[in-house]
Design a protein around this ligand. Sequence first.
Ligand code: ZN
Ligand code: ZN
Length: 393
Amino acid sequence: MAAPAQTNRRPILRRALTAMVQWIDSDYCPEGAEKMRQEPDRVDWVRVLPFVFLHLGCLGVIWTGASAFAVWTAVALYFIRMFAVTGVHHRYFSHKTYSTSRFGQFLLAVFAATAVQRGSLWWAYHHRHHHQHSDEPEDAHSPHVHGFWWSHIGWITSRRNFPTDYSTIKDLAKYPELVWLNRFDMVVPTLFALALFGLGAWLESFAPQLGTNSWQLLVWGFFISTTFLFHGTGCINSMAHLMGRRRFQTGDDSRNSAILAVITLGEGWHNNHHRFQSCTRNGFYWWEFDPTYYGLKLLSFTGFIRGLKPVPQSILAEGAHADHHASVAAAQTASVAHAQSSLRRVVPTAAAIAVATATASPALPVHKQNGPAVHKDVTELAHELNPKQPPMI
Ligand SMILES: [Zn+2]
Ligand SMILES: [Zn+2]
């Protein structure tokens, strides 16, 4: 009876030891990365211990307390590193929406690694895969296929999603320095945490009026800020295919959300992005808040990055066309609601005036063909809804 129990224990022990080596060398895969990727989804509890530790580290605040300096450091590092995630992991490595020198690319990869979301190559591999299979069963983090929590956090704990498939990102895998950073993806985060610890110790000695110290800066600047950063980024995976409005009829359920755009410095315009992934901006129009693009634009003036890719005119025209039809549909819904509301004696009169005015203005759709989307006012909408029908009184 003892022999089968022992043989069962061996693979478990071997998997646990493998996972521990992978904490340091994420490409260590004795059974083969391809075989690992073929496994069914299963949480690798040993492999994810550093990620669990990241969350538990936030509890350190019970002992370190807070200071204004530490809290503001956490906030600043959230936004600076969100820019690294969106501007570097996403818009550079995943989509190559601008270019830089080889050394510049290395610096960008180091900067993005401080976000503690593994290496840029792992990030780009999974993200490109998401675009290829959005909301299909192969999509590792579709909320429609796998549910909210799995797409928010579960998928990155799954054993099959740990190895990087270098064969799908050959344009990046040809640079050994990038592969090294990706393989030893704990190096930069560890140095970053140590730097914060050292800065806290230095400030305690030389600027005691700030009221901070090494452990406090480590807890706020690294653990709390990084945990929020992970969940802020995760909102795109879990919510950007559920929450918001669809401008473009993409082959998935991606959506545009201003709230997500604020949390993620512009990534909330996810439906725009799914429609056209090769441009540097996700907010296609000036009113779509996209700080990552503003930051990259500023950076391009220094010469460090170049060749930012614009949104093609054809895509802008398609967006304007879609917005126009959405506005008309909304006005149609509103007109039905008006007929049932207590304002029915007032609104029809206003509508009649609007319709009468609109009839006199010719060829409304002309501006939307040439320029960016123009939101139509009520007058135009009323005209387009019922051009021949007499006003409803
Ligand atoms: Zn998506
Ligand atoms: Zn993308």
